[in-house]
Write a protein that binds this ligand. Structure first.
Ligand SMILES: [Zn+2]
Length: 102
């Protein structure tokens, strides 16, 4: 249930009220992940002929335990690391503190 756009109709903006913004949704409970420090991203095992893996997002703790299985995921890491890597890969590292740039 990857990244979705959520509407925020009451959020004030320079042009009035209402905006949309991307949010991570947990693949276990379907709720928004409000704080990346309390979430993980998971990479599914490679499949022949597929150079890229689907990404699964979840809250740490019970949500991760719900999704995890012995032959489940090839990799899991903090969602904060995912966001930092994505910003670097998208050539947006200038908005990060120097210690997070690569
Ligand atoms: Zn969850």
């Amino acid at each position: 249930m990857p990244i979705r756009l959520a509407s925020h109709p009451d959020t004030p903006t320079p042009l009035g009220k209402g905006t949309v913004s991307p949010v991570f949704l947990c693949d276990a409970c379907a709720k928004p992940i409000e704080d990346a420090r309390h979430a993980l991203y998971l990479m599914q095992r490679d499949a022949p002929g597929r150079p890229y893996s689907e990404i699964v997002y979840c809250h740490k703790g019970p949500c991760f335990e719900t999704l995890n299985s012995p032959d489940g995921f090839a990799y899991a890491d903090d969602l904060t690391d995912f966001a930092i890597t994505l910003l670097n890969r998208a050539h947006l590292s200038h908005i990060l503190s120097p210690e997070y740039r690569f």
